[in-house]
Design a protein around this ligand. Structure first.
Ligand SMILES: [Zn+2]
Length: 416
């Protein structure tokens, strides 16, 4: 059974970089441009130095010389190389996808060979893979924009009796996966409603001809949101080799969890996170990057946060900063705010929260939740027990919703 590999922090890499003789010699060689001596230093791995020498133009050192970089990728010292491969193989993607995910963030000499050796020896992968990896087919029609057209199918049932609702954006190949108990329209439509709330309503939804996509309710749902529903015959996976392959991988993920004695849902989320961050074999871009315009963080270290160089972002940041300052001035003036004068050991009243209890627990609040408690002489009981009563008006109660969603959405009365 495998232990789940822990995420690597930059600090750990810096530490290992400092302790790695070969990397230190390379850092020196970059700074002094004296490569001829590097190989001759004691306790260095000559082959690695040779490797670094050939790519010296791509190498650099960060400002405090704690990390060696190849372009924007962090060079991983030998001590941590196995760990980093384990992280990239989390969720058990195949060899080429594991390599691709690694190459997004890190590099080290013989990286490809090491991944091949490690992944081909992975027990969980060997037990569960019965077909060779076939390269995905191209999509029949190219989608020109993110979320313009999406494809849906189901995977399962799994031993737990559950199914996976799988929806893939045809442009970015970004998958949304939901665990569902049945494939009835009463379950599927609310799921899609939630996904379309996150990403917006797609132009076209492609599916097979089966239930629940052939139901009147689904047709009404499509009309209600205003997307086109394209039913593809023959069965969708044949029309879409990429999706078929993705489904196969999903099933494998569930089976590897069994081999490793882990929750298949946990494996599923690890797999999805890595899948979304790995460049796709057709687009050469990570699905998340195409859909969100930013690289998402996975457990692998990242040398820098790549902020999109979009002027909209700068404007949004400026506006948000201005608003915060304005609010502060307004608040302080209006409330004649001054820093609270509590000392350690002061008795205080705590503003009552909904779930107040009378024990002596420690509470963490902004100081505005406290009020200094004036003790009467001779009173010895615990002042913290005296809680200020809030005003009768209960602002937490939601206003009654007037319109209810159409019944075919599958929402129950109790969801109102
Ligand atoms: Zn594996």
């Amino acid at each position: 059974m495998h232990a789940v590999p822990k995420a690597l922090t930059l600090e750990e890499i810096k530490e290992a970089t400092k302790a790695d003789t070969t990397v230190q010699v390379v850092i020196q060689a970059i700074q002094t441009k004296q490569w001829h001596n590097a190989k001759l230093q004691p306790r260095v791995d000559r082959k690695s130095v040779e490797c670094f020498f050939h790519i010296q133009n791509e190498l650099s050192v960060n400002s405090d010389q704690s990390l060696l970089l190849r372009g924007t990728r962090i060079v991983i010292p030998s001590k941590l190389q196995n760990h980093v491969i384990d992280l990239a193989h989390g969720g058990h993607q195949g060899i080429s996808r594991t390599k691709q995910l690694l190459r997004e963030k890190v590099w080290f000499p013989t990286i490809d060979k090491q991944v091949e050796e490690k992944v081909s020896c992975c027990l969980a992968c060997q037990v569960t893979t019965n077909t060779s990896n076939i390269e995905p087919l191209r999509m029949p029609e190219a989608s020109k924009n993110p979320w313009e057209s999406v494809s849906i199918d189901f995977c399962g049932p799994f031993p737990s009796g559950e199914y996976l609702l799988v929806l893939i954006d045809d442009y970015s190949r970004y998958p949304e996966v939901d665990i569902i108990r049945t494939v009835a329209h009463t379950t599927v439509i609310p799921c899609l409603d939630k996904i379309f709330a996150t990403h917006g309503i797609p132009g076209t939804v492609k599916s097979d001809n089966g239930a629940p996509f052939n139901s009147t309710e689904f047709k009404q749902f499509a009309n209600y949101l205003g997307f086109q529903h394209q039913r593809i015959t023959p069965y969708w996976p044949q029309a879409n080799g990429e999706a078929e392959r993705f489904m196969r991988t999903l099933k494998k993920t569930a089976r590897t969890a069994k081999v490793e004695g882990r929750s298949w849902k946990q494996n599923l989320f690890t797999f999805l996170r890595n899948y979304r961050a790995t460049p796709h074999s057709v687009t050469h871009q990570a699905p998340a990057t195409l859909l969100f315009n930013r690289a998402i963080n996975v457990k692998l270290p990242q040398s820098q946060t790549v902020a999109p160089a979009d002027p909209n972002h700068q404007q949004a940041l400026d506006a948000s900063c201005k608003s915060r300052q304005k609010n502060k001035v307004y608040f302080d003036e209006r409330n004649k705010a001054k820093s609270s004068e509590f000392k350690v050991g002061d008795a205080v009243l705590l503003r009552n929260s909904k779930k107040a209890s009378n024990d002596n627990r420690q509470v963490t609040r902004n100081s505005s939740h406290f009020k200094k408690f004036k003790e009467k002489k001779g009173e010895t009981d615990n002042p913290a027990d005296k809680e200020e009563q809030p005003s009768k008006q209960n602002t937490n109660e939601r206003p009654k919703r007037k319109t209810k969603p159409p019944a075919y959405f599958g929402y129950k009365q109790s969801d109102k």
